[in-house]
Design a binder for this molecule. Structure first.
Ligand code: BTN
Length: 246
């Protein structure tokens, strides 16, 4: 997919750029990378902080032949691939918080947003958006992010990241794990995800429209949802939303 990369200066969101290309028939693996985003999106309607030249802000077009129900598996796949690339290139000990936030030192270093587009009720294409806080320094963060976010550079004691090398590794790992998934299904991805997870076995709080509830994470289900056990011993599954590690 490396030969399908487009580098842009400033965009509102690489998600929108990649979507436009996908609508015009761009092949799988088409990737848009921007130096800066002025209106980047995060999960659950949040904004994503994307200062110029400091991070890796990228979106990739995927055209999987999958039932809609299985797209959460792709989300986990992206988390596994990016986590591997980060560990290999930067040496930072990143872990995955369900579904696909990457944490280091207990703080977020990378967010992933998988958006699906439908045609006639079926999956048409997906856009995998990846935001890696590579070279931000403490001073770059606005106050409300200081406690919850960090960068690879900060985690390396100030040693900057070679962004091109990391981009190459991310695309390489993504393509590799995507092919593995298409050939062998979710099982190998699930095992890798479990081995990189900082969520399994943890006490968590789940914030859902029904309110806040605390439980222990006991596993990952076949669709990529989280299996939870509450204090009464009841088991439930959650397929989307936001958890808080306690
Ligand atoms: C999250 O953790 O909430 C997901 C953040 C995803 C951010 C990336 S940066 C590249 C792409 N463009 C966007 O507007 N969002 C994603």
């Amino acid at each position: 997919w490396l030969d399908r990369v487009q580098l842009l200066e400033s965009v509102v969101s690489t998600q929108e750029e990649a979507k436009r290309l996908a609508e015009n028939g761009a092949p799988e693996g088409t990737t848009v990378i921007a130096e800066e985003q002025t209106g980047a999106r995060g999960r659950m309607g949040r904004k994503w902080f994307s200062p110029r030249g400091k991070g890796i802000w990228m979106s990739i077009v995927l055209r999987p032949n999958l039932p809609l129900l299985q797209t959460p598996q792709l989300t986990l796949l992206a988390g596994v691939a990016v986590c591997k690339a980060i560990r290999r290139v930067t040496g930072v000990d990143a872990g995955i918080k369900w579904p696909n936030d990457l944490l280091a030192g207990g703080r977020k270093i990378c967010g992933i947003l998988l958006e699906s587009s439908l045609r006639e009720g079926e999956l048409h294409y997906c856009i995998a958006g990846i935001g890696i806080s590579a070279n931000l320094t403490e001073d770059d963060y606005p106050d409300h992010l200081k406690e919850v976010a960090t960068s690879l550079r900060i985690q390396r004691g100030g040693v900057p990241i070679d962004r091109s090398e990391l981009v190459r590794a991310v695309l390489n790992e993504l393509e590799l794990h995507y092919n593995l998934y298409m050939e062998q299904g979710f099982k190998p991805i699930k095992e890798l995800w479990e081995s990189m997870s900082v969520t399994l076995g943890r006490q968590i709080a789940l914030n859902s429209p029904q309110g806040r509830s605390e439980s222990i994470v006991v596993g990952l289900d076949e669709l990529g949802g989280l299996i939870l056990k509450n204090s009464a011993g009841e088991i439930s599954s959650v397929c989307s939303g936001e958890i808080e590690l306690l």
